[in-house]
Write a protein that binds this ligand. Sequence first.
Ligand SMILES: [Zn+2]
Length: 220
Amino acid sequence: MRFRQVHLDFHTSEAIAHIGTHFTKENFQANLIRGSVDSITVFSKCHHGWAYHPSVANQQHPELKFDLLGAMIEAAHEINVKTPVYLSAGLDEKLARVHPEWLIRNADDRTGWVDGFMKPGYHEFCMNTPYLPILLEQIREVVTRYDADGIFLDIVGVRKCYCQFCVRTLRERGQDPRDEAAVLTLAEEVYANYGNQVKELVHSIKPGLGTHRPYRSWCG
Ligand SMILES: [Zn+2]
């Protein structure tokens, strides 16, 4: 990673209108130069789950009318600024409301980050569910279509989980989901599997590309 790295945190819900309408290449470049920035994380996917570019693997933010990710990468590269690309891995709020059964659950069946859907906040996904292949396709799309200088995958790590996918996995192994040590061992396996699959995928397309690691997690 370069020295003057800026993390452009960019999480905008579907309720926010006019995303990026004032963006211009000239203005973006001028501000990067003014800040002596030589690397900036730009966004493929935010905690709300939206893509900031045309997407088949995901859905573009409904209030975004152009390829913001592509425009930012082009602007930055033109002035020799690197662009790691960010995807919210553990949080995807638009999908959480469609597939709550894919979310991490504690032993009381409550969701993580906020314990239900009646409170404001995000809900964290379990990587031992059908969410993982969806996320992998989103990563594949970005690494294939864009000149990313790294992939930043956020909100992932070893998480004890009692979702019905994890409970089933434990029972199929003849283990008891009430055995905390077994739950922790599975959590470590699930995270290792996620990491290995991401690494294999990214490097099969772009050998050597970095990936950031947890909690703020980096492939770079
Ligand atoms: Zn789980």
